[in-house]
Design a protein around this ligand. Sequence first.
Ligand code: ADP
Ligand code: GLC
Length: 471
Amino acid sequence: MDIIHISAECYPAAKVGGLADVVGSLPKYQILLGHTASVIMPFYHSKFSHSHEFSPVFSGIARLGHTNFNFQVLELLNNQLGFDLYLIDIPGLFDRPNIYSYHDDTERFITFQIAALNWLNQRIGTPDVVHCHDQQTGFIPFMMSKVREYSKFEHVPSVFTIHNGQYQGQFGFDKLHFLPPFHSYFNGLVEWHHLINPLASAIKCAWAVTTVSPSYLDEIGYEMKGMEDLLRHERGKSHGILNGIDAEVWNPQTDPMLEHKFSLKTVDEGKKASKEILCRQFGLNPEKPLFTFIGRLVGEKGADVLPDIIYSISKFNPGEQNILILGSGEKNIEHGLLHLESMFKGSYCSHIGYNEKLSHLIYAGADFLLMPSRVEPCGLNQMYALRYGTIPIVRRTGGLRDTVTDIGDQGFGICHDQCSTFDVIHSMQRAKTLFKDPKAMKKIRKQIMQIDHSWNRAALEYVELYQSLKI
Ligand code: ADP
Ligand code: GLC
């Protein structure tokens, strides 16, 4: 099959979170299954674009509302990614350092979607499937099926994956003219609750909708920012497919970002050496259990409860544990975390910012990874942690529920039900008891490192889904 993925992020070209990891690895595994898969994304003015070479494959002019815009499609040269990567350069809209959070994100991503379809439109033939990811690509299924200009794609299946239903991209009808002309009869297909909503449009128009874990699919029928009815209505064409991980990038035996690589046989030594580096760097005590958190500092991830957890456990159980946080996000959470550093020097530290290399070292050197998420459509961190022999402590929600079983239920992780200081600290106390039993720790580490969460299974599930849509 010829599979086209369209996304705002793709690792390593542009990453904010797990979306990039998925789009940067799923196509590679689909190619290993004998298919053709490529990715189309915007050309951001990032470190990646400045340090790589590209070749223009198409130049075009398209319309956004009442104005024309120029764009160029660039192909990544000397590509080591394992799939073809095409980047759409749109001067004035994407030649900025960040991926999101600009006042004109609506215009930016509509323009990107129009440019992507215009390019595909003039190519000979059609792909077998167009797979779109998250709301930034949410109008593509609608445009492919209802905009006359793109009628060539009317019979091409579109698949839409909801990585995160919290972000819907809605805007007012005053911007309707940004979409290419279509019959007003179809207005309902882009609307949700009196606003234009790309996420709702994708859920209505895609031939199939997927979520990144089966539990998340169940949960969003009850709770997804006002879109529950729509999700229940479209349940028949929806599928929960648990994400995989790129087992080549995330391999403690070969990881170029690790000074001390380790295998199943050398896990204890490898983790000990990585933990020592971390503890030296952050002034922590390598003898004590090391709890970590890596991620966006937002309420969705439960990051707002972290300061309270750190304060309570460090005050009432001083010297019993280390806590290390890596993340960035809401300023009040960042300040709360930084504020505590001077109070609990020697047992707690935060690194505010985004640091890919440090994240690998933390997965390798930590004993436990905290994920108290309120919402977690899949979560990749816990799967990386498992592969690096780090025991996940998770709230039972979404993909965390699907990937982590509590040690009390013959599992390998520690689970709790609420995103609360009490529940998380209770889990941390259980972890500390486990840490005192090196034999049990060793056994669990070996067990979790052998769990196969690679894309092999899910890449096939997606291909089977695409094939089921063929007419
Ligand atoms: P989400 O996409 O909701 O943020 P995921 O668990 O799917 O959550 O993926 C998060 C990805 O981003 C992981 O690869 C994680 O290691 C990475 N990550 C998050 N925050 C940071 C950070 N501050 N520094 C480095 N990597 C980070
Ligand atoms: C989203 C979700 C996260 C998921 C990722 C990749 O960002 O928040 O849970 O793992 O997408 O699908």
